[in-house]
Design a protein around this ligand. Structure first.
Ligand SMILES: [Zn+2]
Length: 186
């Protein structure tokens, strides 16, 4: 916790006039590891998803649209561990002036299913099928607000309903479901 920003005194405001903007928010599917405050008291979260195979952290500012999953681009992208994520959150906290805003609303089930359909569809490649990793959804978890188990069930249903789009099969080793987006047609 060496990078934790010194917590400022809580503003003395009526909680009915000052709704929760992230101080204790923990949406479905996300485990919040640390919280930071920017210069205007907006909350910055360091979180992991509840997918037990995902060891990486994501940083997201609830005041602006800053989100960071790691450093470097493309194949050189190195995902954040907790220490790197804390450094990125702290660096953002010292430069961001965004005001607090309302938390993202929880979407309905159909909206999230459509989002997963889009994700699978956009992931398709011409040169063959490609494995879909739940960790690739990390930047969407604060808006999706669904557990990994819910997402896996939805993806499994999608594979059943649209076998041309994707398939699901249990991993022979762990028994967990693995998801693959089908090859994009020419
Ligand atoms: Zn920010």
């Amino acid at each position: 916790m060496g990078f934790l920003r010194k917590r400022r005194p809580a503003p003395q405001l009526d909680s009915t006039l000052w709704p929760e903007t992230g101080e204790s928010w923990s949406p479905d599917g996300v485990t919040v590891k640390e919280r930071y405050y920017n210069l205007a008291h907006a909350v910055i979260l360091v979180f992991t998803s509840d997918d037990p195979t995902n060891i990486y952290c994501t940083v997201a500012c609830l005041g602006c649209h800053f989100v960071s999953t790691g450093i470097g681009r493309g194949t050189y992208h190195q995902r954040h561990g907790l220490k790197d994520a804390a450094e990125a959150a702290n660096a953002h906290a010292t430069s961001c002036h965004a005001l607090r805003r309302d938390l993202p609303a929880r979407p309905d089930d159909d909206t999230v299913r459509e989002q997963l359909h889009q994700w699978a569809s956009n992931s398709r490649r011409m040169d063959g099928e490609i494995q879909l990793f739940l960790s690739d959804l990390d930047t969407s978890r604060l808006t999706m607000q669904r557990t990994s188990a819910w997402i896996e069930t939805a993806l499994q249903q999608l594979a059943t309903d649209q076998p041309d789009l994707m398939r699901a099969e249990p991993c022979g080793y762990s028994g967990r479901l693995l998801f693959h987006a089908s090859r994009r047609p020419n």
